[in-house]
Design a protein around this ligand. Structure first.
Ligand SMILES: [Zn+2]
Length: 386
């Protein structure tokens, strides 16, 4: 049997296709399907789908294997550790149009965009077909990596009919916590699924073990028992702004969610997207899950609470943004962490862990160079975390 070794992102996609996380997508897409997704955000059966799911193993050896494939062939798939994880039933090959994908999905060909940059290293030819999984990848947090069947069973066991999904890559902070509360207050919501995407990291991302530990800590202290579930979703992050919002909503629907929280500039990166394009796209492309659309929440010092311009009259000058950019900058520079937006339990975790993925792929020490340890200890002390 011919054998191919896809990139990690595509190994993860294969595993998620196999458990129905990408339903109705049941295999790596063929050319016509990719073209339809790029042009109209639709699959051949006219259901909405915004992100192409393609298999394009890189390298000369792969190119040679692909060259010899004929429709009907079975292809063994191996991960980067050399484990056979699946078999693709080959249907079709086609040249991958990277710039068309970059333009349509990410809205740019600028290689400062992480997904556009990643496209450069993928193979030239994509191969299509359904995948049978022999073995799951080794998930970073096996007990937390629930399948759609498992989350649906969990919801049923808890008697939840209407569940809101929450997409994140970040530490819990006051802005997100406020969105969770607004959602949990709704009388049409039974539960909340907090579902961080923890696939391969880019420099400056929060490390997933820190995100999970922080979430566990705040869930324990500040959220009602039995109304929130936490699970991981290990796939490549797609920073595709509105298209990614739609994609992540469809995925959460597959996990059993009826509603989906969309904040400001969801799945955006570096100012590539209009901040509320991720709201509008749900009007143009209904996907069978109810979007819960929220404006950016900031801490208003005049109101003494979290609010947006929809619920408070005060000027921006008295509102403290909850942006993670500030938290990241503080971690890198060792400057004081913004305590009005972080729970003391989270501050305490940040103080003793390596929170950010390094610029060179290795870890950065949480308290950044310049001996900020003392400053951080002091902040934590003031906030009662020590
Ligand atoms: Zn106010």
């Amino acid at each position: 049997m011919p054998v191919l070794t896809p990139e990690t992102d595509q190994v993860l996609d294969a595993a998620k296709i196999a458990v129905g996380a990408y339903s109705p997508v049941e295999g790596f897409m063929d050319r016509a399907t990719v073209d339809g997704v790029l042009a109209d955000l639709t699959l051949p059966d006219s259901l909405a789908w915004p992100i192409p799911i393609f298999l394009s193993p890189p390298g000369k050896e792969a190119a040679g294997v692909i060259e010899r494939l004929r429709p009907g062939d079975e292809v063994g798939l191996r991960d980067s550790d050399g484990r056979f994880f699946g078999v693709l039933r080959f249907q079709e090959k086609f040249p991958l149009d990277r710039s068309a994908i970059a333009r349509s999905v990410y809205g740019t060909t600028d290689t400062r965009h992480p997904n556009v940059a990643a496209l450069r290293s993928t193979g030239d030819t994509a191969i299509a077909g359904p995948v049978d999984l022999l073995e799951s990848p080794r998930w970073p947090f096996p007990a937390d990596e629930l399948t759609p069947a498992q989350t649906r069973r969990l919801f049923a066991r808890r008697g939840w009919s209407n569940v809101a999904g929450f997409q994140t890559r970040n530490l819990p902070h006051a802005g997100h916590e406020h969105l969770h509360r607004l959602t949990l207050e709704r009388d049409d919501i039974d539960g909340l699924l907090i579902h961080p995407v923890i696939g391969p990291l880019k420099p400056g991302d929060y490390r997933p073990e820190v995100v999970l530990e922080a979430y566990r800590a705040v869930l324990r202290e500040y959220y009602p028992v039995g109304r929130v579930a936490l699970a991981t979703l290990t796939i490549a992050m797609r920073y595709a702004g509105p298209r990614a919002s739609l994609f992540f909503a469809i995925v959460r629907k597959n996990f059993g969610c009826s509603h989906y929280i969309v904040g400001r500039d969801q799945a955006g990166v570096g100012g590539f997207y209009e901040p509320y394009a991720c709201h509008a796209i749900f009007d143009a492309h209904p996907v069978g899950i109810v979007p819960l659309r929220f404006r950016e929440q900031a801490y208003c010092r005049s109101c003494g609470q979290m609010a947006s311009e929809r619920s408070c009259p005060h000027p921006e000058a008295v509102r403290t943004a909850t942006s993670q950019t500030r938290v990241r900058a503080a971690l890198r520079e060792g400057s004081p962490l913004p305590l009005e937006i972080l729970r003391p339990e989270v501050v305490s975790i940040l103080r003793r862990t390596v929170a950010l993925e390094g610029e060179l792929g290795g870890p950065v020490v949480g308290p950044a160079p310049g001996d900020p340890g003392e400053a951080l200890a002091e902040i934590a002390e003031r906030s009662g975390a020590v």
